[in-house]
Design a protein around this ligand. Structure first.
Ligand code: ZN
Ligand code: ZN
Length: 272
């Protein structure tokens, strides 16, 4: 190994960014790797992500991905505990297989997306900011972080210092150009809330598209996002460029702007 590469790896390990994943299951749709004690990441071949957290009495499945035939059986290979299925937000790449489950949890503010994206026939349990879900020896707290969608939530495992953010802060790039639009200030407020949680002990953010980053984000990422969002509100942001991808559920001419490792995609018509 070259000295430079070795030095980089040491820096990454020391900064807590490097996560050594251990693959435990693979099929045509996905691969499951153990990231931490009683925590696994599921990465689908089309770059969506789910997480499994196991407590003493129950386990939690965070998001339900896209290409995952027999997801319930697949999760059962990892844990046999009764499953709490919680969706970070109602976009098709996070809630794609929810009809495989009789009961799901998500924030009521995303009901507006349920109708257009993904009809669900089972029992819905709405979660609220501050709500704690006890898995037995492991408590997961819901934190409402709107902007990417009105009902985006982050799930906090305060004991482990980890959280699961869906697309609330993106996976290197946050998409704020999608309908229904939130004012940029809503995103600033969510970033500030996340920064406070990180001052109080959360150190690792596991994002909703893990295959792109293969690591947990730290506070510097959120601070860059907040600084950039504030600059957009104040009209002092670096020069933006057109975003190459036009999304049917978003605006016609999305723009993107970058600061360090953080990129915001937005609709210039809907900053306020
Ligand atoms: Zn997503
Ligand atoms: Zn999303």
């Amino acid at each position: 190994m070259k000295r430079k590469t070795l030095t980089l790896m040491v820096v990454l390990v020391l900064s807590g960014w490097f996560v050594s994943a251990q693959s435990v299951f693979k099929n045509n749709d996905l691969e499951i790797s153990k990231l931490e004690d009683k925590m696994w990441v599921i990465e689908t071949t089309d770059n969506t992500t789910m997480y499994i957290i196991e407590g003493n009495e129950k386990a939690m499945l965070i998001d339900t991905g896209t290409k995952c035939e027999k997801l319930k059986e697949v999760v059962h290979k990892i844990t046999q505990k009764p499953l709490v299925v919680i969706i970070t937000h109602i976009h098709g790449d996070h809630s794609g297989n929810m009809n495989q489950f009789d009961e799901v949890y998500f924030h009521a503010a995303d009901t507006v997306l349920l109708n257009s994206f993904n009809p669900y026939k089972g029992k819905i349990n709405f979660v609220a900011d501050g709500q704690v879900i006890d898995l037995g020896g492991k408590k997961i707290e819901v934190s409402h972080m709107p902007a990417h969608t009105p009902g985006s939530i982050v799930l906090l495992d305060k004991q482990a210092g980890s959280c699961y953010s869906g697309d609330a802060f993106g996976s290197g790039q946050v998409w704020l150009q999608l309908r229904p639009y939130a004012p940029m200030q809503t995103y600033v407020n969510s970033c500030k809330k996340m920064e406070r949680l990180m001052d109080e002990g959360i150190t690792k953010i596991y994002c909703g598209h893990y295959p792109y980053v293969k690591m947990a984000f730290n506070k510097a990422y959120i601070t860059e996002m907040r600084t950039l969002a504030e600059a957009l509100v104040n009209g002092t942001a670096p020069e933006a460029e057109p975003h190459p991808q036009k999304v049917s559920i978003g605006c016609e001419n999305p723009m993107m702007v970058t600061l360090g490792g953080a990129t915001i995609v937005y609709d210039p018509e809907h900053l306020k």
